[in-house]
Design a protein around this ligand. Structure first.
Ligand SMILES: Cc1cc2nc3c(=O)[nH]c(=O)nc-3n(C[C@H](O)[C@H](O)[C@H](O)COP(=O)(O)OP(=O)(O)OC[C@H]3O[C@@H](n4cnc5c(N)ncnc54)[C@H](O)[C@@H]3O)c2cc1C
Length: 512
Protein backbone atom coordinates (compact mmCIF):
# COMPACT_ATOMS: atom_id res chain seq x y z
CA UNK A 1 0.00 0.00 0.00
CA UNK A 2 2.76 2.33 1.01
CA UNK A 3 2.15 6.09 1.01
CA UNK A 4 -1.05 8.03 0.37
CA UNK A 5 -1.32 11.82 0.37
CA UNK A 6 -4.49 12.47 2.38
CA UNK A 7 -4.95 15.80 0.56
CA UNK A 8 -5.68 13.89 -2.64
CA UNK A 9 -8.52 11.79 -1.19
CA UNK A 10 -12.11 12.90 -1.86
CA UNK A 11 -13.44 15.01 1.05
CA UNK A 12 -15.00 13.04 3.90
CA UNK A 13 -13.25 9.82 3.00
CA UNK A 14 -13.39 7.08 5.63
CA UNK A 15 -10.09 5.28 6.25
CA UNK A 16 -10.51 1.80 7.72
CA UNK A 17 -7.95 -0.53 9.28
CA UNK A 18 -7.51 -3.05 12.08
CA UNK A 19 -4.97 -0.86 13.84
CA UNK A 20 -4.60 2.90 13.50
CA UNK A 21 -1.37 4.54 14.62
CA UNK A 22 -1.60 8.30 15.12
CA UNK A 23 1.85 9.70 14.31
CA UNK A 24 4.60 8.37 12.06
CA UNK A 25 7.62 9.24 14.19
CA UNK A 26 10.16 6.83 15.68
CA UNK A 27 7.55 5.24 17.96
CA UNK A 28 4.79 4.88 15.35
CA UNK A 29 7.13 3.55 12.69
CA UNK A 30 8.67 1.04 15.12
CA UNK A 31 5.25 -0.37 15.95
CA UNK A 32 4.20 -0.54 12.29
CA UNK A 33 7.43 -2.36 11.48
CA UNK A 34 6.50 -5.11 13.95
CA UNK A 35 3.31 -5.72 11.97
CA UNK A 36 4.75 -5.29 8.46
CA UNK A 37 4.11 -8.22 6.16
CA UNK A 38 1.50 -9.78 8.44
CA UNK A 39 -2.27 -10.05 8.30
CA UNK A 40 -3.20 -7.08 10.49
CA UNK A 41 -4.20 -4.07 8.40
CA UNK A 42 -2.31 -1.05 9.79
CA UNK A 43 -2.84 2.62 8.91
CA UNK A 44 -0.43 5.30 10.11
CA UNK A 45 -1.99 8.77 10.17
CA UNK A 46 0.92 11.18 9.90
CA UNK A 47 0.35 14.94 10.09
CA UNK A 48 3.53 15.89 8.25
CA UNK A 49 4.73 15.11 4.76
CA UNK A 50 8.03 13.73 3.54
CA UNK A 51 9.82 17.06 3.93
CA UNK A 52 9.96 19.54 6.76
CA UNK A 53 7.83 22.57 5.95
CA UNK A 54 6.82 25.69 7.82
CA UNK A 55 3.06 25.31 7.51
CA UNK A 56 3.12 21.89 9.18
CA UNK A 57 5.65 23.06 11.77
CA UNK A 58 3.44 26.10 12.57
CA UNK A 59 0.93 23.63 14.05
CA UNK A 60 3.48 23.01 16.84
CA UNK A 61 3.72 26.68 17.90
CA UNK A 62 2.88 27.31 21.53
CA UNK A 63 4.10 29.05 24.64
CA UNK A 64 6.31 27.92 27.49
CA UNK A 65 8.59 28.75 30.38
CA UNK A 66 10.84 26.97 32.82
CA UNK A 67 9.68 27.76 36.33
CA UNK A 68 12.25 27.43 39.10
CA UNK A 69 10.47 27.35 42.41
CA UNK A 70 10.60 29.01 44.80
CA UNK A 71 13.19 31.81 44.51
CA UNK A 72 14.65 31.75 41.04
CA UNK A 73 13.44 33.62 38.03
CA UNK A 74 11.34 31.95 35.32
CA UNK A 75 12.94 31.61 31.91
CA UNK A 76 10.71 32.07 28.85
CA UNK A 77 10.70 29.13 26.43
CA UNK A 78 8.07 30.28 23.96
CA UNK A 79 9.92 28.86 20.98
CA UNK A 80 10.37 25.47 22.64
CA UNK A 81 7.08 23.79 21.62
CA UNK A 82 7.91 24.57 17.99
CA UNK A 83 11.67 24.03 17.93
CA UNK A 84 12.07 20.96 20.10
CA UNK A 85 10.34 18.55 17.70
CA UNK A 86 9.61 18.05 13.99
CA UNK A 87 6.21 17.58 12.32
CA UNK A 88 7.19 15.41 9.40
CA UNK A 89 7.30 11.70 8.50
CA UNK A 90 9.90 10.28 10.90
CA UNK A 91 9.10 12.99 13.46
CA UNK A 92 12.02 14.28 15.48
CA UNK A 93 13.93 11.28 14.15
CA UNK A 94 14.62 13.58 11.18
CA UNK A 95 16.76 15.80 13.38
CA UNK A 96 17.73 13.83 16.49
CA UNK A 97 21.33 13.21 17.50
CA UNK A 98 20.94 9.42 17.54
CA UNK A 99 22.44 9.17 21.02
CA UNK A 100 21.32 5.94 22.67
CA UNK A 101 21.47 4.60 26.18
CA UNK A 102 19.07 2.48 28.18
CA UNK A 103 17.79 3.71 31.51
CA UNK A 104 19.84 2.52 34.50
CA UNK A 105 18.31 -0.14 36.77
CA UNK A 106 18.05 2.63 39.40
CA UNK A 107 15.82 4.68 37.10
CA UNK A 108 13.07 2.06 37.30
CA UNK A 109 13.20 1.80 41.10
CA UNK A 110 10.68 3.19 43.52
CA UNK A 111 12.78 5.75 45.33
CA UNK A 112 11.10 6.91 48.52
CA UNK A 113 12.81 10.30 48.37
CA UNK A 114 11.33 10.99 44.90
CA UNK A 115 7.54 11.27 45.05
CA UNK A 116 5.75 9.46 42.19
CA UNK A 117 8.84 7.44 41.27
CA UNK A 118 8.84 3.76 40.33
CA UNK A 119 8.07 2.04 37.04
CA UNK A 120 5.73 -0.95 36.85
CA UNK A 121 8.62 -2.91 35.32
CA UNK A 122 12.32 -3.35 35.95
CA UNK A 123 15.31 -2.85 33.68
CA UNK A 124 15.56 -6.64 33.56
CA UNK A 125 11.95 -6.94 32.36
CA UNK A 126 12.65 -4.46 29.58
CA UNK A 127 16.04 -5.90 28.60
CA UNK A 128 14.77 -8.24 25.80
CA UNK A 129 12.95 -5.27 24.25
CA UNK A 130 15.99 -3.03 24.63
CA UNK A 131 17.90 -5.73 22.73
CA UNK A 132 15.38 -5.69 19.89
CA UNK A 133 15.37 -1.88 19.80
CA UNK A 134 19.17 -1.93 19.53
CA UNK A 135 18.94 -4.41 16.65
CA UNK A 136 16.48 -2.12 14.91
CA UNK A 137 18.89 0.82 15.24
CA UNK A 138 21.86 -1.42 14.35
CA UNK A 139 23.79 -0.57 17.49
CA UNK A 140 25.46 -2.98 19.93
CA UNK A 141 23.20 -4.35 22.64
CA UNK A 142 23.59 -2.94 26.15
CA UNK A 143 24.11 -6.25 27.86
CA UNK A 144 26.72 -5.23 30.42
CA UNK A 145 29.79 -6.45 28.55
CA UNK A 146 31.13 -2.93 28.03
CA UNK A 147 31.66 -2.59 31.79
CA UNK A 148 34.03 -5.57 31.66
CA UNK A 149 36.15 -4.30 28.77
CA UNK A 150 39.73 -4.68 30.12
CA UNK A 151 41.14 -2.20 27.62
CA UNK A 152 38.85 0.53 28.79
CA UNK A 153 38.78 0.34 32.59
CA UNK A 154 36.38 2.36 34.65
CA UNK A 155 37.31 5.33 36.72
CA UNK A 156 37.36 3.85 40.24
CA UNK A 157 35.81 6.48 42.46
CA UNK A 158 33.68 4.46 44.84
CA UNK A 159 30.25 2.90 44.81
CA UNK A 160 28.26 6.08 44.32
CA UNK A 161 29.20 6.57 40.68
CA UNK A 162 29.07 4.15 37.77
CA UNK A 163 30.17 4.24 34.15
CA UNK A 164 27.27 4.09 31.75
CA UNK A 165 27.90 3.34 28.05
CA UNK A 166 26.52 5.51 25.26
CA UNK A 167 26.40 4.76 21.53
CA UNK A 168 25.08 6.55 18.46
CA UNK A 169 22.88 5.14 15.71
CA UNK A 170 23.11 6.16 12.07
CA UNK A 171 19.30 6.15 11.84
CA UNK A 172 18.72 9.85 12.06
CA UNK A 173 17.92 12.28 9.26
CA UNK A 174 20.66 14.49 10.71
CA UNK A 175 23.33 11.75 10.71
CA UNK A 176 22.81 9.55 7.64
CA UNK A 177 20.04 10.88 5.44
CA UNK A 178 19.93 7.87 3.10
CA UNK A 179 19.86 5.34 5.95
CA UNK A 180 17.08 7.24 7.71
CA UNK A 181 15.12 7.52 4.46
CA UNK A 182 15.11 3.70 4.31
CA UNK A 183 14.17 3.51 8.00
CA UNK A 184 11.12 5.73 7.62
CA UNK A 185 9.83 4.37 4.30
CA UNK A 186 10.95 0.82 3.43
CA UNK A 187 8.80 -0.89 6.08
CA UNK A 188 5.64 0.30 4.31
CA UNK A 189 6.39 -1.52 1.07
CA UNK A 190 4.05 -4.40 1.97
CA UNK A 191 0.32 -4.91 1.38
CA UNK A 192 -0.83 -4.55 5.02
CA UNK A 193 0.67 -1.12 5.80
CA UNK A 194 -0.71 2.23 4.60
CA UNK A 195 0.87 5.52 5.60
CA UNK A 196 -1.36 8.57 5.15
CA UNK A 197 0.65 11.77 4.90
CA UNK A 198 -0.63 15.30 5.66
CA UNK A 199 -3.29 13.52 7.76
CA UNK A 200 -3.50 15.56 10.97
CA UNK A 201 -5.66 13.99 13.62
CA UNK A 202 -7.69 16.75 15.27
CA UNK A 203 -10.01 14.73 17.50
CA UNK A 204 -10.14 11.34 19.14
CA UNK A 205 -13.85 10.54 19.05
CA UNK A 206 -15.20 8.50 21.96
CA UNK A 207 -18.36 6.41 22.08
CA UNK A 208 -21.27 8.03 23.95
CA UNK A 209 -20.45 5.95 27.02
CA UNK A 210 -16.89 7.25 26.82
CA UNK A 211 -15.37 3.77 27.10
CA UNK A 212 -14.05 3.25 23.55
CA UNK A 213 -12.59 5.19 20.69
CA UNK A 214 -15.05 5.08 17.80
CA UNK A 215 -13.23 7.15 15.24
CA UNK A 216 -10.67 9.88 14.75
CA UNK A 217 -11.10 13.08 12.76
CA UNK A 218 -8.47 14.07 10.23
CA UNK A 219 -7.76 17.48 8.71
CA UNK A 220 -5.39 18.42 5.90
CA UNK A 221 -3.94 21.93 5.86
CA UNK A 222 -5.86 23.89 3.21
CA UNK A 223 -7.44 20.61 2.20
CA UNK A 224 -10.19 18.12 2.89
CA UNK A 225 -11.26 16.56 6.18
CA UNK A 226 -11.69 12.81 6.69
CA UNK A 227 -12.37 10.24 9.38
CA UNK A 228 -10.68 6.96 10.25
CA UNK A 229 -11.90 3.87 12.12
CA UNK A 230 -10.24 0.76 13.49
CA UNK A 231 -10.64 -1.84 16.20
CA UNK A 232 -7.59 -0.48 18.01
CA UNK A 233 -5.74 2.81 18.12
CA UNK A 234 -2.27 3.78 19.23
CA UNK A 235 -1.50 7.41 19.95
CA UNK A 236 2.16 8.03 19.03
CA UNK A 237 2.22 11.76 18.31
CA UNK A 238 5.13 12.66 20.63
CA UNK A 239 5.53 13.60 24.30
CA UNK A 240 3.81 16.99 24.02
CA UNK A 241 1.29 16.27 21.29
CA UNK A 242 -0.07 13.09 22.88
CA UNK A 243 -1.28 15.19 25.81
CA UNK A 244 -2.54 18.00 23.58
CA UNK A 245 -4.69 15.68 21.49
CA UNK A 246 -6.17 13.92 24.53
CA UNK A 247 -6.99 17.25 26.24
CA UNK A 248 -8.43 18.82 23.09
CA UNK A 249 -10.71 15.82 22.40
CA UNK A 250 -13.22 17.01 24.99
CA UNK A 251 -16.60 16.72 23.25
CA UNK A 252 -17.72 13.55 25.06
CA UNK A 253 -15.75 13.93 28.30
CA UNK A 254 -15.22 17.62 29.13
CA UNK A 255 -11.89 16.90 30.81
CA UNK A 256 -10.61 15.22 27.63
CA UNK A 257 -9.78 11.60 26.81
CA UNK A 258 -8.20 9.46 29.56
CA UNK A 259 -8.21 12.39 31.96
CA UNK A 260 -10.71 11.38 34.66
CA UNK A 261 -8.08 11.90 37.34
CA UNK A 262 -6.64 15.13 35.96
CA UNK A 263 -3.29 13.59 35.06
CA UNK A 264 -3.05 14.21 31.31
CA UNK A 265 -0.43 16.88 30.61
CA UNK A 266 0.87 16.87 34.18
CA UNK A 267 4.28 15.53 35.27
CA UNK A 268 6.05 16.94 32.22
CA UNK A 269 9.70 16.07 32.63
CA UNK A 270 12.63 17.17 30.55
CA UNK A 271 16.34 16.85 31.00
CA UNK A 272 18.42 19.92 31.42
CA UNK A 273 22.13 20.07 30.79
CA UNK A 274 24.43 22.41 32.65
CA UNK A 275 27.67 23.42 31.05
CA UNK A 276 29.82 26.33 30.20
CA UNK A 277 28.85 27.92 26.92
CA UNK A 278 31.73 26.89 24.72
CA UNK A 279 31.65 30.14 22.82
CA UNK A 280 31.65 32.40 25.85
CA UNK A 281 34.67 33.30 27.89
CA UNK A 282 33.02 32.59 31.20
CA UNK A 283 33.59 30.40 34.17
CA UNK A 284 31.91 27.04 34.03
CA UNK A 285 32.19 23.33 34.45
CA UNK A 286 35.42 21.43 34.00
CA UNK A 287 37.04 18.24 35.18
CA UNK A 288 40.70 17.88 35.86
CA UNK A 289 41.44 14.19 36.07
CA UNK A 290 44.65 12.48 37.03
CA UNK A 291 43.45 9.18 35.65
CA UNK A 292 45.46 9.47 32.43
CA UNK A 293 45.06 6.65 29.90
CA UNK A 294 41.86 5.04 31.19
CA UNK A 295 40.01 8.23 30.36
CA UNK A 296 39.82 6.93 26.78
CA UNK A 297 36.65 5.29 27.96
CA UNK A 298 35.08 8.67 28.56
CA UNK A 299 36.74 11.01 26.11
CA UNK A 300 35.80 11.04 22.48
CA UNK A 301 37.26 13.62 20.17
CA UNK A 302 34.16 13.90 18.01
CA UNK A 303 31.63 13.33 20.86
CA UNK A 304 29.85 10.86 18.55
CA UNK A 305 31.76 7.63 19.15
CA UNK A 306 30.82 4.96 21.69
CA UNK A 307 31.87 6.16 25.11
CA UNK A 308 30.76 6.24 28.74
CA UNK A 309 29.28 8.86 30.97
CA UNK A 310 29.60 8.92 34.74
CA UNK A 311 26.22 8.32 36.39
CA UNK A 312 24.93 8.37 39.92
CA UNK A 313 24.29 4.95 41.50
CA UNK A 314 21.33 4.16 43.72
CA UNK A 315 23.07 4.21 47.15
CA UNK A 316 24.39 7.72 46.58
CA UNK A 317 21.07 8.95 45.24
CA UNK A 318 19.37 7.64 48.36
CA UNK A 319 21.85 9.14 50.79
CA UNK A 320 21.74 12.53 49.06
CA UNK A 321 17.98 12.43 48.46
CA UNK A 322 18.73 13.19 44.82
CA UNK A 323 17.75 11.93 41.39
CA UNK A 324 20.02 10.46 38.78
CA UNK A 325 22.73 12.62 37.29
CA UNK A 326 25.43 12.20 34.67
CA UNK A 327 28.71 13.82 33.80
CA UNK A 328 29.62 13.75 30.12
CA UNK A 329 33.21 14.62 29.34
CA UNK A 330 34.56 16.19 26.23
CA UNK A 331 38.21 16.53 25.60
CA UNK A 332 38.47 20.26 25.15
CA UNK A 333 39.16 22.49 28.08
CA UNK A 334 36.55 25.18 28.56
CA UNK A 335 37.81 28.46 27.15
CA UNK A 336 38.81 31.37 29.30
CA UNK A 337 41.63 31.94 31.67
CA UNK A 338 39.82 30.77 34.77
CA UNK A 339 37.49 28.16 36.09
CA UNK A 340 35.47 28.51 39.24
CA UNK A 341 36.38 25.83 41.78
CA UNK A 342 33.64 24.93 44.21
CA UNK A 343 34.82 25.35 47.78
CA UNK A 344 37.96 27.21 46.72
CA UNK A 345 38.72 30.66 45.50
CA UNK A 346 38.65 30.91 41.73
CA UNK A 347 42.03 29.91 40.40
CA UNK A 348 43.67 29.83 37.02
CA UNK A 349 43.58 26.47 35.26
CA UNK A 350 47.38 26.16 35.40
CA UNK A 351 47.46 26.66 39.16
CA UNK A 352 44.69 24.15 39.64
CA UNK A 353 46.69 21.59 37.70
CA UNK A 354 49.70 22.14 39.93
CA UNK A 355 47.64 21.37 43.00
CA UNK A 356 47.17 17.85 41.76
CA UNK A 357 49.66 15.11 42.47
CA UNK A 358 51.73 15.55 39.39
CA UNK A 359 50.36 12.42 37.74
CA UNK A 360 49.59 12.54 34.00
CA UNK A 361 46.35 14.41 33.79
CA UNK A 362 43.59 15.31 31.42
CA UNK A 363 41.72 18.58 31.53
CA UNK A 364 38.24 17.97 30.20
CA UNK A 365 35.23 20.11 29.65
CA UNK A 366 32.07 18.48 30.84
CA UNK A 367 28.37 18.92 31.12
CA UNK A 368 26.01 17.66 33.75
CA UNK A 369 22.59 16.28 32.99
CA UNK A 370 20.11 15.98 35.81
CA UNK A 371 16.98 13.93 36.27
CA UNK A 372 13.86 16.03 36.68
CA UNK A 373 11.64 14.94 39.57
CA UNK A 374 8.06 14.08 38.58
CA UNK A 375 5.99 17.11 39.52
CA UNK A 376 2.24 17.52 38.93
CA UNK A 377 2.71 21.29 38.53
CA UNK A 378 5.07 20.77 35.61
CA UNK A 379 2.53 20.55 32.87
CA UNK A 380 1.11 21.05 29.44
CA UNK A 381 -2.23 22.81 29.19
CA UNK A 382 -4.29 24.10 26.29
CA UNK A 383 -3.83 27.77 25.44
CA UNK A 384 -6.70 30.00 24.25
CA UNK A 385 -5.01 30.48 20.85
CA UNK A 386 -5.79 28.06 18.02
CA UNK A 387 -3.73 26.70 15.14
CA UNK A 388 -4.67 26.74 11.44
CA UNK A 389 -6.73 23.56 11.90
CA UNK A 390 -8.68 25.01 14.84
CA UNK A 391 -6.82 23.00 17.52
CA UNK A 392 -5.95 24.80 20.78
CA UNK A 393 -2.22 25.48 21.03
CA UNK A 394 -0.12 24.22 23.92
CA UNK A 395 1.30 26.01 26.92
CA UNK A 396 4.20 24.38 28.75
CA UNK A 397 5.08 25.17 32.37
CA UNK A 398 8.29 23.20 32.87
CA UNK A 399 8.45 23.41 36.63
CA UNK A 400 11.23 22.56 39.05
CA UNK A 401 10.90 22.16 42.78
CA UNK A 402 13.61 23.20 45.21
CA UNK A 403 14.25 19.44 45.69
CA UNK A 404 15.45 19.14 42.08
CA UNK A 405 18.10 21.81 42.46
CA UNK A 406 19.07 20.87 46.02
CA UNK A 407 19.61 17.27 44.88
CA UNK A 408 21.63 18.32 41.85
CA UNK A 409 23.85 20.60 43.93
CA UNK A 410 24.42 17.94 46.59
CA UNK A 411 25.29 15.34 43.96
CA UNK A 412 27.65 17.62 42.07
CA UNK A 413 29.42 18.56 45.32
CA UNK A 414 29.63 14.90 46.32
CA UNK A 415 31.07 14.04 42.92
CA UNK A 416 33.78 16.67 43.39
CA UNK A 417 34.51 15.46 46.93
CA UNK A 418 34.68 11.83 45.78
CA UNK A 419 37.10 12.64 42.98
CA UNK A 420 39.25 14.65 45.36
CA UNK A 421 39.21 11.98 48.07
CA UNK A 422 40.26 9.35 45.53
CA UNK A 423 43.01 11.71 44.34
CA UNK A 424 41.62 11.33 40.84
CA UNK A 425 40.97 14.91 40.04
CA UNK A 426 39.16 18.14 40.63
CA UNK A 427 35.69 19.13 39.55
CA UNK A 428 34.90 22.75 38.91
CA UNK A 429 31.47 24.17 38.47
CA UNK A 430 29.47 27.25 39.42
CA UNK A 431 28.66 27.35 43.11
CA UNK A 432 25.87 29.90 42.84
CA UNK A 433 22.42 28.58 41.96
CA UNK A 434 21.54 31.53 39.74
CA UNK A 435 24.76 31.00 37.83
CA UNK A 436 24.00 27.31 37.46
CA UNK A 437 20.54 28.04 36.14
CA UNK A 438 21.98 30.56 33.73
CA UNK A 439 24.24 27.82 32.33
CA UNK A 440 21.35 25.40 31.84
CA UNK A 441 19.97 24.45 28.49
CA UNK A 442 16.84 22.48 27.72
CA UNK A 443 17.01 19.09 26.03
CA UNK A 444 14.31 18.06 23.59
CA UNK A 445 13.18 15.12 25.69
CA UNK A 446 9.46 15.26 26.44
CA UNK A 447 8.40 12.83 29.13
CA UNK A 448 5.70 12.06 31.67
CA UNK A 449 2.54 13.74 30.33
CA UNK A 450 0.58 10.47 30.05
CA UNK A 451 2.38 8.57 32.80
CA UNK A 452 2.21 4.82 33.29
CA UNK A 453 0.87 3.34 36.51
CA UNK A 454 -1.24 0.31 37.41
CA UNK A 455 -3.53 2.54 39.50
CA UNK A 456 -5.80 4.77 37.34
CA UNK A 457 -5.59 7.49 40.00
CA UNK A 458 -1.85 7.68 39.49
CA UNK A 459 -1.40 6.99 35.82
CA UNK A 460 -3.02 7.70 32.46
CA UNK A 461 -1.97 4.35 30.97
CA UNK A 462 -1.62 0.92 32.53
CA UNK A 463 1.65 -1.05 32.43
CA UNK A 464 0.79 -2.27 28.90
CA UNK A 465 0.32 1.28 27.67
CA UNK A 466 -3.49 1.05 27.44
CA UNK A 467 -5.37 4.17 28.53
CA UNK A 468 -7.18 3.42 31.80
CA UNK A 469 -10.93 3.21 31.30
CA UNK A 470 -10.74 2.79 27.52
CA UNK A 471 -10.83 -0.59 25.79
CA UNK A 472 -9.01 0.20 22.60
CA UNK A 473 -6.60 3.12 22.96
CA UNK A 474 -2.90 2.68 23.73
CA UNK A 475 -0.19 5.33 23.98
CA UNK A 476 3.39 4.98 22.74
CA UNK A 477 6.32 7.33 23.30
CA UNK A 478 8.13 8.96 26.19
CA UNK A 479 4.93 10.59 27.47
CA UNK A 480 4.30 7.30 29.31
CA UNK A 481 7.55 7.44 31.30
CA UNK A 482 6.73 7.70 35.04
CA UNK A 483 10.17 9.19 35.72
CA UNK A 484 12.62 10.74 33.33
CA UNK A 485 15.63 8.78 34.56
CA UNK A 486 18.82 9.94 33.02
CA UNK A 487 19.19 8.40 29.57
CA UNK A 488 18.17 10.11 26.37
CA UNK A 489 14.66 8.74 25.95
CA UNK A 490 14.40 7.33 22.45
CA UNK A 491 15.93 3.89 22.94
CA UNK A 492 13.60 3.30 25.88
CA UNK A 493 10.51 4.49 24.01
CA UNK A 494 11.44 2.17 21.15
CA UNK A 495 11.84 -0.76 23.57
CA UNK A 496 8.39 0.01 24.96
CA UNK A 497 6.98 0.24 21.42
CA UNK A 498 8.32 -3.23 20.59
CA UNK A 499 6.89 -4.54 23.86
CA UNK A 500 3.49 -2.98 23.09
CA UNK A 501 3.45 -4.59 19.65
CA UNK A 502 4.05 -8.03 21.18
CA UNK A 503 1.26 -7.35 23.63
CA UNK A 504 -1.24 -6.29 20.95
CA UNK A 505 -0.50 -8.94 18.34
CA UNK A 506 -2.52 -11.76 19.92
CA UNK A 507 -5.41 -9.37 20.55
CA UNK A 508 -5.39 -8.46 16.87
CA UNK A 509 -5.20 -12.09 15.79
CA UNK A 510 -1.61 -11.82 14.57
CA UNK A 511 1.19 -14.27 15.22
CA UNK A 512 3.87 -12.94 17.60
C1 LIG B 1 17.30 18.26 17.83
C2 LIG B 1 16.91 17.03 18.62
C3 LIG B 1 17.92 16.17 19.05
C4 LIG B 1 17.57 15.01 19.78
N1 LIG B 1 18.57 14.15 20.12
C5 LIG B 1 18.26 13.00 20.77
C6 LIG B 1 19.26 12.04 21.06
O1 LIG B 1 20.43 12.19 20.69
N2 LIG B 1 18.88 10.91 21.72
C7 LIG B 1 17.59 10.68 22.09
O2 LIG B 1 17.30 9.64 22.69
N3 LIG B 1 16.62 11.57 21.78
C8 LIG B 1 16.92 12.71 21.13
N4 LIG B 1 15.92 13.60 20.79
C9 LIG B 1 14.53 13.24 21.13
C10 LIG B 1 13.99 12.25 20.09
O3 LIG B 1 14.05 12.82 18.83
C11 LIG B 1 12.56 11.86 20.48
O4 LIG B 1 12.60 11.21 21.75
C12 LIG B 1 11.90 10.89 19.50
O5 LIG B 1 12.08 11.27 18.17
C13 LIG B 1 10.41 10.81 19.83
O6 LIG B 1 9.77 9.94 18.93
P1 LIG B 1 8.17 9.86 18.87
O7 LIG B 1 7.84 9.03 17.70
O8 LIG B 1 7.65 9.44 20.20
O9 LIG B 1 7.68 11.36 18.70
P2 LIG B 1 7.91 12.37 17.47
O10 LIG B 1 9.25 12.22 16.90
O11 LIG B 1 7.50 13.71 17.96
O12 LIG B 1 6.90 11.85 16.37
C14 LIG B 1 5.54 12.14 16.43
C15 LIG B 1 4.97 12.05 15.03
O13 LIG B 1 3.57 12.34 15.11
C16 LIG B 1 3.22 13.28 14.13
N5 LIG B 1 2.08 14.02 14.65
C17 LIG B 1 2.06 14.92 15.66
N6 LIG B 1 0.82 15.34 15.88
C18 LIG B 1 0.03 14.69 15.03
C19 LIG B 1 -1.36 14.68 14.78
N7 LIG B 1 -2.20 15.46 15.48
N8 LIG B 1 -1.85 13.89 13.80
C20 LIG B 1 -1.03 13.08 13.07
N9 LIG B 1 0.30 13.06 13.26
C21 LIG B 1 0.82 13.84 14.24
C22 LIG B 1 4.46 14.12 13.92
O14 LIG B 1 4.49 14.73 12.65
C23 LIG B 1 5.56 13.07 14.09
O15 LIG B 1 5.88 12.43 12.89
C24 LIG B 1 16.22 14.75 20.08
C25 LIG B 1 15.22 15.62 19.63
C26 LIG B 1 15.56 16.74 18.90
C27 LIG B 1 14.46 17.65 18.42
Amino acid sequence: MAFIDARTLPADSRIEADLIIIGGGMAGITIARQFAGGTVKVAILEGGGRDLNDAAQDLYDGAGATVHAPDNADRPLDDYPRNSRARVLGGSGMVWGGKCRPLDAADFAKRDWIPHSGWPMSRQDLQPFYDRACDLLEIPRFDGTDAKDPDRPMLEIGADFIAAPVVFTKYSGGVDEAAFERFRTAFADVPNIAVYLHANVTRIGLSKAGDRVEQVDIACLDGPRHTARAGRYILAAGGIENARLLLASNDVRPEGVGNRHDLVGRFFQGHVTYSVDETAQVEGSALYLTAGKPMGRYLNPDRRGAHSVIASALPGQQRLAAGNFTVTLYPSAPPGPKVGARGEETVAVGQLAQRLDGAPAVLAGCFLMAEHFPNPDSRITLAPERDALGMPRVKLDWTYSAADLDGLERTAAHFGDTLGAAAKGRFCWPAEREELIALSSASRHHMGTTRMHADPRQGVVDPDGRVHGLDNLHIAGSSVFPTSGIANPTLTLLALAVRMSDHLKPQLGAAR
